[in-house]
Structures are given as C-alpha cells and as structure tokens.
Design a protein. Structure first.
Length: 182
C-alpha cells in the first residue's frame, strides 16, 4: 500500500510500508522523515495491526506479567492467587524418514533381498511439519473460585475470559488445556 507523506515545502511523496521509519530526500533538498508503520496506518485511517496471539502471549510470559493483573477472572474480586493452565495449541509432526512397511514388502517381493537392501540403504531425511506451540498460561483465580476448574472445559472457559488468551484459543480452537498442579 502507498502512503502520502508531505514535506514542509508542500510536495507530497508517495512511500510504501517498507519505507516506514526511513529518511528520504525531497525534491526541495530537505529530508522527509517517514513515520513508523503504526503511525502511517493511523494517518491513513487503517486499523492497527495486532501481533499474532502466540507472539503476544510469549511476550507476556517473558515479561512475567499476567493479562489480568490483580482480579479473579471468574468473580472479579482482588486477589494475588493464580493458577497455571497447560495449553497445548499445536504439536510439530516429525517423520523419521523410514519408508513404510509396504515399501519393504514390495521391494522384497519384487527383487528379493537385493530390493530390501536397496530400501535399507536409501538415504533418510527427517522432516518436521508445524511447530510446538505449548504454553503454561498464568490465570488469576481466587481460592474460592479455584474449585470451579474441575475439567478441561471449565479451564478453557476461564481462559476465554482473558482477551489475549481468547485470541489464542480462537486461532487454535482444538487446543488441549489442563490445570497444572500447584
């Protein structure tokens, strides 16, 4: 997308998103400072880009912050108690590169031991699809409400009340959640 940046002289320069934060020369000789991408989008009337839910949650966890700082997400009273919810959003799938059993059988039936030896000596390449996205999410829960988290569905409903966790669960609706032992 192209954005228009005016110079003090009145000349308007078209810039792309890649120019965000750069300094460009104007035809008048002055230097035009291109705003950040956030400011460019705001000036153009576009919505702000939010980071992916995984990145936002990882940033919260690295900062040691809870999204709901001091209130129980279920009843709303002030509390310092919290629990951790083990949330498995995605698991990487790894294939070790070994051929399936039927390839061995076909090679043996077609070419005997030589066919099986060729299959055995073929190079193996391990492949991985996806990425492990597993989080231990802190959740502010008072002692009185902790008993309500009896199953995975109740834990997921409690996580759903936190906006950042809701975004994560919307992206990964089949996430497996469980309560970690205190």
């Amino acid at each position: 997308m192209e954005y228009q940046i005016p110079c003090e002289c009145g000349v308007v320069t078209d810039v792309s998103e890649g120019a965000a934060g750069a300094r460009l020369p104007c035809v008048c000789g002055r230097t035009i400072v291109v705003p950040s991408l956030r400011d460019l989008r705001r000036q153009a009337g576009l919505p702000e880009l939010l980071p992916s839910p995984e990145m936002a949650v990882e940033a919260l966890l690295l900062a040691g912050r809870l999204p709901e700082e001091n209130h129980c997400v279920l009843c709303g009273i002030a509390t310092v108690d919290s629990v951790y919810c083990h949330t498995e959003c995605e698991r990487a799938y790894t294939h070790d590169g070994r051929p399936p059993w039927w390839v061995w059988l076909l090679a043996f039936l077609s070419f005997g031991w030589i066919g099986a030896a060729v299959v055995a000596s073929s190079p193996r390449q391990e492949t991985e699809w996806g990425k492990d996205r597993i989080f231990d999410l802190p959740l502010r829960i008072c002692a009185a409400c902790r008993g309500q988290l009896t199953n995975a569905e109740a834990v997921k409903e409690a996580l759903w009340r936190v906006p950042w966790y809701r975004r994560l669960l919307k992206k990964y609706p089949n996430a497996k959640v469980s309560l970690l032992a205190p």
